[in-house]
Design a protein around this ligand. Sequence first.
Ligand code: NDP
Ligand SMILES: O=C1O[C@H](COP(=O)(O)O)[C@@H](O)[C@H](O)[C@H]1O
Length: 499
Amino acid sequence: MESMTFVLFGATGDLAKRKIYPALYNLYLDKKMPSTFSIIGVGRRDWSDEEFQASIEKSVRTFSRRSQVDAQQMDEFVAAFRYCAVDVTDPQAFFPLLETVKQREAALQIPENRMFYLSVAPEFFDVITSNIKTSGLGTTKGWKRLIIEKPFGNDLKSAQQLNEKLSTAFEEEEIYRIDHYLGKPMVQNLEALEFANPVFQALWNNQYIANVQITAGETVGVEERAGYYDHVGAIRDMVQNHMLQMLMMTAMHLPKRITANDIRAQKRQVMEAVRPLQKEEISQQVVRGQYGAGEILDKHVVGYRAEPGVQPYSMTDTFVAARVWIDDPFWKGVPFYIRTGKRMKEKSTRIVIEFKNPLEQLYQHQQEKPAPNLLIISVNPDEGIALQVNSKNPSNSGKIEPVTVDFSAGTKDVPEAYELLLFDALRGDSTYFAHWKEVELSWMWVEPILEAFRENLVPLHTYPAGSYGPDASEELLLADGFQWWLDKAPEREPIPSHS
Ligand SMILES: NC(=O)C1=CN([C@@H]2O[C@H](COP(=O)(O)OP(=O)(O)OC[C@H]3O[C@@H](n4cnc5c(N)ncnc54)[C@H](OP(=O)(O)O)[C@@H]3O)[C@@H](O)[C@H]2O)C=CC1
Ligand SMILES: O=C1O[C@H](COP(=O)(O)O)[C@@H](O)[C@H](O)[C@H]1O
């Protein structure tokens, strides 16, 4: 891996502390950083290099997945960091920053390979890239790359405008748009599951699959982020990016070659085939919810509107479920259901593939029909793959019952999303970053939903905190003869049969 300079805008912020420094440290320990590197942190506050280095050590000790910290390795790691106080809205302030970068490049005798990471509020994305360009910071004899955090725009138009601005300073191949769900090991593993296993490869289509269910449930509420969340809701915060990225990763088909460009082209094809929604029919395809008061892990929690910083009559969605159709030859007729919400019963991100069940008729003499085969991909917090199959139970008069063959990895010490993503960006692999076309197509699909929510064409259901969302989310699947699998709900309606 080539030596480089990493310029981190937002170096004193929350994301840097909780995710970026621990990820860089773990890469360093695993010898996945270049042999020589320089990291320049940028923030507004007036810190010395020593104060900055002390804050990095503290954040690694607090947030790293590795609890043991070797003092000597830590000293060597933090020695690579320097701090530069810059108000990013001031173009003049970029010249001293350029000087610092150059001095370090000269002192370490490293080439002008520069990675810029924008870990700042989105209102600064534009001005920073423009100042990188005009100051000469982005004029290098080596490579330059830009890592950019979410959110990428607030709607289609603002995303397009942002992209246009970025592309005046960086080429598309130089831009790495972070979607941390693409850094989750099991989401990355979808590619191997589908492409490296002929068994699944053969089944991955509408001949064998009845429906696909993608859930990202959280037990946390809005926490201290009302200022941001009350303007975006689950539809922008989770659906436009993470949920649609998981859908693309699940539905994509084997490319001719396994390269970043080919994989991203496959994902784009999926998104291009997603059936656009008409505003008038959105209430039939999309469920909107907001949490009320309830119990989470035996603790009473307040409803969304009573959370600090939330508008008293807020109509913000904290839950969204949707039925998505992909009109291509592989998936025609297979509903993909997506569902995400805050203050749900459990923290669980999973993808469940329900296979068709043509043998149902054979077992008509049994009171209960055999359950469908399910492929369960657990993304978070546990990671693993499980297959639900039917088997005779000798202790129950040979009755056919579902059993689960479990290949779960549990919660073993696996690299975090930010480690995997930063490592990829450092070596110039953009496979697991969102391409502009994916982002644009996602916004295009979401746009009529935003309008329908704004115009109140979709009812806002209140659901109790600690539940699986509003009943309307269950009804969305029941209408097609399906149910959400694996919910720990106490009672369920009998499963209607479907062919
Ligand atoms: N925190 C998280 O868990 C997540 C964050 N993100 C995204 O990451 C980005 C950063 O978020 P987060 O770390 O939480 O934000 P914070 O508010 O914690 O940090 C903001 C950073 O920006 C710096 N900053 C603000 N204004 C200026 C300015 N005019 N000039 C220079 N620096 C400035 C601050 O420096 P100083 O304090 O010194 O003024 C600080 O380092 C956002 O885009 C967010 O959406 C994405 C996913 C999760
Ligand atoms: O991007 C976001 O993701 C988190 C959920 O991430 P996870 O890795 O814990 O599943 C979500 O809480 C947050 O609102 C959103 O901005």
